[in-house]
Design a protein around this ligand. Structure first.
Ligand code: G3I
Length: 302
């Protein structure tokens, strides 16, 4: 196959991309995105600050722009993200305790009912574990509302859209030996044992000097899959875009039956939140980088 999406579809996987609504008027951008990818994640438009800027007043204008572009072009959509310490609107940042808990529940219900039946998988909870070696939960207003906030989010999400797969998503959890990875693993194992509804785990996979790719990523994916969840690479970018590393990540997903797909976090380097790292598959002029060829070759079984 000659595009990433078609090549991934050979093994019933998707190859996705983060789309920014503000770039949908750029035909170089949309031509590449439409040609190459068969799954879309809204880079910012379905986050809490975008979808509920005032308490109780939902706004799906930008989210729907991304959603409609994706569906009109035949792509599936990942939902990102419902409960997160970051990109909370001001009103939510100032809430705590039971009031915040209820606001989180209301937010999940409001967004998921708008997109009910339309989103293949939702990142229900994003980035709840602390960086470094502690293996602890990240401190946040959500965490201070009670350690059970994550399972409450998942139970709420299951009821709000029973058809959606419910994911936990985090970064710097690709290395099997990292404390953060092990903490996330223990949580997912506990959820599966206790029947908390969780279907998938997203590995953001922002690889850089601080979080270098390690070949034990495949062990990580296999270990989570063995717990009975689907796994996916949800926000892939690699500082310097080494073709070998891009191919390794792709092959790691292909090697794990429950790895359902890979999403890169932007189209061209200039679209990246880390543009100076040139971490993506396309140059600023829209031409393919060597990393693109490496990924396509891997997807084609090379
Ligand atoms: O849209 C406004 C614009 O009107 C304003 O002039 C400008 C000035 O700062 O800001 C613009 O908003 C920015 C937005 O991206 C759109 O470009 C925000 O400031 C900026 O904070 C926001 O950054 C996003 C970041 O999440 C916020 O946490 C990045 O685009 C987005 O790529 C990034 O994505 C996250 C994932 O959601 C979770 N995992 C990590 C990943 C990378 O940080």
């Amino acid at each position: 196959e000659s595009t990433l999406g078609a090549a991934a579809a050979q093994s019933d996987r998707y190859f996705g991309v983060a789309i920014a609504s503000g770039r949908l008027g750029d035909s170089v951008y949309t031509n590449i995105a439409n040609r190459e990818f068969n799954s879309v994640t809204a880079e910012n438009e379905m986050k809490i600050d975008a979808t509920q800027p005032q308490r109780g007043q939902f706004n799906f204008t930008a989210g729907d722009r991304v959603y409609n572009w994706a569906v009109q072009n035949g792509k599936q959509v990942r939902g990102h993200t419902l409960a997160w310490h970051s990109q909370q609107p001001g009103w939510m940042q100032s809430l705590n305790g039971g009031e915040l808990r209820q606001a989180m529940i209301d937010h999940i219900n409001g967004v998921m009912s708008h997109y009910r039946g339309k989103i293949v998988e939702w990142d229900v909870v994003n980035e709840a574990f602390a960086d470094g070696g502690s293996g602890a939960r990240r401190d946040s207003n959500l965490q201070r509302s009670g350690n059970d906030w994550i399972e409450v989010a998942f139970r709420t999400a299951r009821a709000a859209d029973p058809a959606a797969k419910l994911c936990y998503n985090d970064y710097n959890v690709e290395n099997w030996n990292a404390a953060k990875t092990q903490a996330m693993y223990a949580m997912v194992r506990d959820f599966k044992q206790r029947g908390v509804p969780i279907d998938c785990v997203g590995f953001q996979s922002h690889f850089n000097e601080g979080n270098p790719y390690n070949s034990n990523f495949r062990t990580t994916l296999e270990s989570f899959a063995a717990l009975g969840v689907e796994v996916s690479v949800t926000e892939l970018d690699i500082q310097g875009a080494s073709p070998t590393t891009f191919a390794n990540v792709t092959n790691d997903c292909l090697a794990v039956a429950s790895c359902v797909g890979v999403t890169v976090w932007g189209v061209r380097d200039s679209d990246s939140w880390r543009a100076q790292h040139t971490p993506l598959l396309f140059n600023n002029d829209g031409s393919k980088k060597p990393a693109y060829d490496a990924v396509l070759n891997a997807l084609n079984g090379g």
